[in-house]
Design a binder for this molecule. Structure first.
Ligand SMILES: [Zn+2]
Length: 136
């Protein structure tokens, strides 16, 4: 963990519950108390009505690969040891989408529509990243 060289999320007051839940390996999204809209990634206000009155709901962590790309170019030196790596758009059961990564498999195994489940990557004492594994 000490030699983690990739960019880290900036934890702010409004997104701290998201990262605290991830640290407990719980996958959550914001739900607006004003209009009921559920959204990811977390933000300081509802993306539907701009209310700052937000609550948190637990997600199943299950979904499917909507799309993905495999990176062969190193765009940040922190990722140099990971080339080639994938970036995937995951469609969650709850109708939300999240940009993440599918881990625990070869990139050649990836395909749109495959079922995945969240798997937390504990990268620092404060941060666990929600990534996904293929359901086989
Ligand atoms: Zn709202």
């Amino acid at each position: 963990m000490a030699d983690y060289t990739k960019p880290l999320p900036v934890i702010e007051k409004w997104n701290a519950p998201y990262w605290q839940a991830a640290k407990r390996h719980e996958f959550v999204a914001q739900r607006c108390r004003a209009c009921g809209y559920t959204h990811l990634p977390p933000g300081p206000a509802c993306t539907n009505c701009l209310s700052a009155d937000q609550d948190w709901v637990r997600l199943s962590g299950r979904g499917t690969i909507y799309s993905y790309g495999v990176y062969y170019q190193c765009w940040h030196e922190g990722f140099a040891g990971d080339i080639p790596y994938n970036v995937a758009l995951i469609s969650l059961e709850e109708g939300l989408q999240i940009v993440s990564q599918v881990i625990g498999c070869d990139n050649e195994e990836l395909d749109c529509g495959l079922a995945v489940e969240v798997s937390f990557d504990d990268i620092t004492p404060e941060v666990s990243l929600p990534k996904f594994r293929l359901l086989k």
